[in-house]
Ligand binder design. Sequence first.
Ligand SMILES: Nc1nc2c(ncn2[C@@H]2O[C@H](COP(=O)(O)OP(=O)(O)OP(=O)(O)O)[C@@H](O)[C@H]2O)c(=O)[nH]1
Ligand SMILES: [Mg+2]
Length: 637
Amino acid sequence: MDKPHVIVGTAGHIDHGKSALVKALTGLDPDTLPEEKERGMTIELGFVFLDLPDYERQIVFIDVPGHEKFVKTMVAGASNIDVVLFIIAADEGISVQTREHFDILRLLRVGEGIIALTKSDLVDAARLEELAGEVRAFVRGTFLERAPIIPVSALIGAGLDDLKSALQASGRRLVPREDSGYFRMPIDRIFVMHGFGTVIAGTILSGEVKVGDTVEILPERLQARVRGVQVHKTKRESSRLGSRTALNLHGLEKEQLRRGQCAAMPGFIAPASRLDARLHLLAQAPGELKTRDRVRLHVGTDEVIARVVLLEKEKLPPGESMLAQFVLETPTAALFGDRFIIRTFSPLNTIGGGEVLDASPPRHKRFDPAALAGIRNLEGSLEEAVERTVAKAAPSPLAASRISRILGRRPALVQAAAGRLAAAQKLKKIPSADEDLFLPASVFASMKDKAAAMAEGYFAANPQRTFMPAADLQAHLPREAGEAVFRLVLEELIGRGDLVRVEGGLSLPGHEARFADRDAETAARVEAVFRKAGFEPPLEDDVCRELRLPLSRFRKIMGALVEQGRLVRLDPKVTLHRDAYEKARSAVLEYLRLRKSITIAETKDILKVSRKYAFAVLEYLDKGQVTRRAGDAHVLK
Ligand SMILES: Nc1nc2c(ncn2[C@@H]2O[C@H](COP(=O)(O)OP(=O)(O)OP(=O)(O)O)[C@@H](O)[C@H]2O)c(=O)[nH]1
Ligand SMILES: [Mg+2]
């Protein structure tokens, strides 16, 4: 079994000894490029594992460059670390990128860290103490407020054991990441490995990946099969949340891949072209931010160019925060809750950052109170996010699994939150075959009221009908609501006595079919024709012609007379008046009581009708399960 990883990212000003310290701790140089060795500075992210024999976790260092030109690389490296190893050189103290990296770490909400005062061999104890004091003041009120401050020297090996113990302790304090259960890994490295092919690497943020899985590369939506999984340079069958992982992809070339893309379970993430966010502008930002300002937005390991749309006020002054929408010039893969950084173009400055609140928002009208209220809703608890997500999808109901994918949160948590919302009658839980679905309770209630009103309207317009076909009612509800919602609407309307189930469909309680005044007399004339015709009625179409009725009106009246049972349609060509039908039926049954079986010929004789009518009567009785066929004859069933 692999030990779980603790991902430790370095941070700090150029030349302060980040890489040297990683090498001193691990024996491995994180700078592997010839250019890095030559220039003595880090250019690319360096990844080094540290396996301490007695430690239940494996430490993975991500060593970042300190150069101001490579802040973009630093942000990608820091985007998903568990612990920061925050480095300040004892001789130089707090410097420009010390501050910038620190801002970035805070905006990314890194939760754990250790401060190393490097190059301790270059200064005396008094200077170390003085610097420790300055650093303590610098981090006051932040996540590093209580972080250990450890003087170290990569050169003479001082303080390394203390540092290792502190790293282990911080790893033990980590709160496990919340797992949405769906595989997601922002890509921070691409390489070609001899005998292993094109490889992407990153830290898995959620879910699991196995050999043979298909993954989607976002935002391009390229699909590829995972040919191999490696963790710490060793082949594995699978890897999961929190692990530094390398995936060999089948079917993609190195040229199609870059840092900043995200590998995910196909369909889990939709590429975002807008992001709603809570944006914080740093107090030391050079000026206020305005709508339409162009910024570099760093999210995950990606960097995209975006325009800011400030949603609450015209301008965002330094040190303040506001809801904003980013309109991205190229899409990226982001999810609700992701942290991001924004930087200006020239000079390149980190000016702010925040949290993604909606990764697929519509375009908002600025200052629109409804839109703002909707976004604010997302900021709060998971419950609010769930409620808002369900509201957005209505009238389509959503399953908890679907909500958890949209929000990128663990299904069990979302299920529980949705359950609480249902208990509080904010959401309506709709039982369905596979999984419960959720709709806003208000939407469901209004569908129910609408359905009840529709049914009333239907019988007001069609008093002659004995029932309303269920499909007619369903046709009046939004199609997206679907079968399960309709079923529950009916069940509840019947439960509360607004509807009753009757043969053929639905009706109103106490409804009795009767013809509207304008139809009553015509219906009586139609009925009279059939009453008079006895066992040998005319064809319906002939009656229509004889009475000179418009066909549609005649059909409506005929339908109702049949539905009401005043006429009995034996087959399309033979329709008897109810009295005639009852008589014919009794005569056949009486005959059967005496003779046990009856043929068409015998029926002809007792009813004194032609074969066509005798045949229709017997067939109808068969269909109604009164009799059944036995050879040429019919017997009681
Ligand atoms: N005296 C002394 N020199 C050190 C120590 N650690 C690093 N250095 C020197 O400081 C210089 C910079 O060290 P690096 O580890 O490359 O610094 P870095 O922070 O990784 O620099 P970038 O990656 O470019 O940001 C090198 O010349 C190191 O030899 C130390 O503990 N003592
Ligand atoms: Mg370095």
